[in-house]
Ligand binder design. Structure first.
Ligand code: ADP
Ligand code: ZN
Length: 186
């Protein structure tokens, strides 16, 4: 019995966490042994849950590096969920491959593009080697068309290409936008 890799990707608010949680809960209902991981940097709502913007949640283990996953894997584990996969190091790809080879179903959710619209971290590689890829869309907050991009806003204005990640005193926010409404000032 071999495992396989499922990737769920898209912009912010597209329902990646929701979809990940849905798949993991179904696996649990079917009495599958499920373990869920998330990067420690994301403490959006709760330190030990994967939480969707719509309020669904599932227990997760926060880790710093992808290879810490091995600390929680024994021969009983059948399904591994990984949220916010774009924030992990490149090693998350080889870990996912290794787990799938061992017979585990690996479901990874994350951003395919950063706020600039460029491929984000290890996600592109993960897509290439996954058996199943679901690219999902949000609703463009400007025009209502399918949104494929994450718009970064600083004090309500589109962010610049080289804006630092954290700006003291600035209000940073994100919204989902389509290709036409997505703006990145050079
Ligand atoms: P992701 O993990 O992709 O950021 P979540 O699963 O956390 O997405 O949240 C998806 C939920 O976000 C939707 O079900 C909806 O309730 C909410 N939402 C907020 N803004 C939008 C938007 N612009 N388009 C679609 N859903 C949105
Ligand atoms: Zn739009």
């Amino acid at each position: 019995n071999h495992g396989y890799i499922e990737a769920v990707i898209g912009p912010m608010y597209s329902g990646k966490s929701e979809e990940l949680i849905r798949r993991l809960k179904r696996a649990k209902i079917a009495k599958q042994n499920v373990v869920v991981f998330k990067p420690k940097i994301d403490d959006r709502y709760s330190k030990e849950d994967v939480v969707s913007h719509s309020g669904e949640s599932i227990d997760a283990i926060p880790i710093n590096k992808a290879n810490e996953i091995y600390d929680y894997i024994d021969n009983k584990v059948q399904v591994v969920g990984i949220d916010e996969v774009q924030f992990f190091d490149e090693e998350v790809v080889s870990v996912a491959v290794d787990l799938a080879n061992k017979g585990i179903r690996v479901i990874a959710a994350g951003l395919d593009m950063d706020f600039k619209g460029e491929p984000f971290g290890p996600t592109p590689k993960l897509l290439a080697i996954a058996e199943f890829v679901d690219k999902i869309q949000a609703v463009c907050s400007v025009c209502g068309q399918p949104a494929t991009r994450s718009q970064r806003l600083i004090n309500g204005e589109p962010a610049r290409y080289n804006d630092p990640i954290i700006q003291v005193g600035a209000v940073e926010s994100y919204e989902a936008r389509c290709r036409k409404c997505h703006v990145v000032y050079k």
